[in-house]
Design a protein around this ligand. Structure first.
Ligand code: NAD
Length: 283
């Protein structure tokens, strides 16, 4: 006969252990680009795990839709409309959030696509669209730097986690990824490494994630999105794109006490997409 008392106790102990190891309850979390895609999914996971999450996005409509969609599932989040390229506006939002019990975790995640890479003639280095170059660097690099700066300024509780979203396209070549995107995502890694050193004495840990391919809105306007998916699935070890749910564990880990000895790291979440490649640039 099964001893139900023992079983219940050990099950409770197991859940207590997991709960304490990955405990994000009560942490004040900000996610930029939280209105869509990776940011929305990471926000959902953290809110479900008990964090107080604020989604920040420049698209107010997306924020409203996301908030309502989560509320319908019983998941409560805050929202704040802000553009990460406007350092003062962003800092004001962070100040307000920090005033509500301190700022603990920031995901510097918002980003945009640069379109076509050197696989196609229009994406080659001799054909750089300087206007697009400026826009992508402004959002993906300067905006991420603004976000990390505001996080550093307002994280004053002695517990700090900053997680920036780089990309597989920032850590290896990919002829389907535009130059501006590759440069911005490699640049994010540089910022993360320096910030990890600078902020360690304040117990603020700074890491980057380098996702492989996930189906989100960022790809909607990209005319070669299908080719990118096919290429990625061909070179990745797991031979497939990622499911958004597969981001959840890493997001909770990096926000939680479990990641206390991880800083300055670039963590691939790409099904082995960075292991092989790139494909040739075809003439
Ligand atoms: N989807 C992928 O395959 C993939 C792979 C690697 C890295 N990434 C990176 O992940 C991050 C999230 O991308 P996603 O795929 O979820 O795309 P997405 O387009 O679904 O979401 C990005 C969100 O960022 C917001 N945003 C864009 N510019 C902003 C700004 N200036 N200020 C505030 N918000 C802004 C958008 O409104 C959008 O809601 C990006 O940094 C992207 O480069 C995505």
């Amino acid at each position: 006969m099964t001893d139900t008392t023992t079983t219940t106790t050990s099950e409770t102990a197991r859940l207590d252990y997991l709960g304490a190891t990955f405990d994000v309850r009560g942490l004040n979390v900000v996610v930029t680009g939280g209105g869509s895609g990776l940011g929305l999914r990471m926000s959902t996971a953290l809110a479900r795990a008990g964090a107080q999450v604020t989604l920040v996005d420049r698209e107010a409509d997306r924020l409203d839709a996301a908030q309502q969609q989560l509320a319908a599932q019983g998941i409560i989040v805050d929202t704040a409309a802000a553009d990460i390229t406007d350092a003062d506006e962003l800092d004001g939002v962070f100040a307000q959030i920090a005033a509500r019990g301190g700022l603990h975790v920031v995901f510097a995640n918002a980003g945009i696509s640069a379109g076509i890479g050197p696989r196609l003639k229009s994406g080659r280095i001799t054909a750089i669209d300087h206007e697009r170059w400026g826009q992508v660097l402004d959002v993906n690099l300067t905006g991420t730097m603004n976000t990390i700066a505001s996080a550093a300024r307002h994280m004053t509780t002695g517990y700090g986690r900053i997680i920036a979203t780089s990309s597989v396209g920032g850590i290896r070549a990919d002829p389907l990824v535009g130059y501006a995107y590759a440069a911005s995502k490699a640049g994010v890694v540089g910022i993360v490494r320096n910030a990890a050193l600078e902020l360690a004495p304040r117990n603020i840990l700074v890491n980057a994630i380098a996702p492989g391919l996930f189906e989100t809105n960022i790809r909607k306007a990209n005319p070669i999105a299908q080719a990118m998916t096919a290429d990625f699935e061909k070179v990745s070890a797991l031979k497939r794109s990622g499911q958004l749910t597969e981001l959840e564990g890493l997001a909770v880990f990096l926000a939680s006490p479990a990641s206390s000895f991880v800083t300055g790291a670039v963590i691939s979440i790409d099904g082995g997409g960075a292991l092989v490649g790139p494909n040739d640039v075809e003439a």
